[in-house]
Design a protein around this ligand. Structure first.
Ligand SMILES: [Zn+2]
Length: 220
């Protein structure tokens, strides 16, 4: 058989490298990023550590973590929190009542965050309590989800696989024909997952999620 020309790829392509990581590698790297952003020792950060309570993260730290994870894995993470997005999709009164999460809201959150112990989702949970559920494991779940979307990405022109554009850490193009490709949006991923959860729970969306709704918040 005639040897075919190997695909011309840069020796190191962080986009492809992230896709090749196994779950343990993704966990380890997420923990490393969180520890670095919070100025903690690696041994202080566990998968089960909650960000706001156990690790005393503040809003700015969270931005730093999200940004660093995006760079590290070459992914686009969602910006809005799950309750805000669920409220947009299913209607405010379906998800919250005053400052309390409704029963339907709890069901949506529970189904969307399988890594959180069930006992966390108590009836009459207050809105502000929700963020206490977010752990390093939650970050790993979202990172894995975004990596899965990256892995499924194919060139619209030739169905080729994506690779990173050298010197542009957050840009990808087709490895075969060079066409520009776009990283899947974390917002779109959250919306499609929430719609699936809603369908499973019999909670219909109030409005069809549009690309416009997704981009209004992800333009930062
Ligand atoms: Zn292509």
């Amino acid at each position: 058989m005639e040897a075919t020309q190997p695909e011309q790829q840069p020796a190191s392509d962080p986009f492809r490298a992230a896709l090749a990581m196994d779950p343990a590698g993704v966990q380890e790297r997420t923990i490393t990023v969180v520890a670095r952003c919070l100025d903690r020792k690696l041994s202080e950060v566990q998968l089960a550590s909650t960000l706001w309570d156990d690790l005393d993260a503040e809003s700015l730290d969270m931005l730093d973590i999200v940004y660093s994870l995006e760079r590290s894995f070459v992914i686009r993470l969602p910006r809005l929190n799950l309750i805000q997005r669920a409220t947009d999709l299913f209607g405010e009164s379906t998800i919250v009542e005053g400052s309390t999460v409704t029963a339907k809201g709890l069901a949506v959150l529970k189904a969307s965050m399988p890594e959180v112990p069930e006992s966390f989702f108590q009836p009459n949970m207050k809105l502000h309590e929700f963020r206490k559920a977010v752990s390093v494991k939650s970050l790993v779940r979202v990172v894995e989800r975004c990596l899965g979307a990256n892995a499924a990405l194919r060139c619209k022109v030739c169905q080729g696989e994506p690779r990173q554009v050298p010197d542009f850490p957050m840009e990808i193009c087709c490895a075969q024909c060079g066409a520009t490709m776009e990283l899947p949006s974390g917002e779109d991923i959250v919306i499609s997952d929430l719609l699936r959860v809603g369908a499973e729970l019999g909670i219909p969306p109030v409005a069809v999620a549009s690309k416009a709704a997704a981009t209004e918040t992800s333009g930062t």
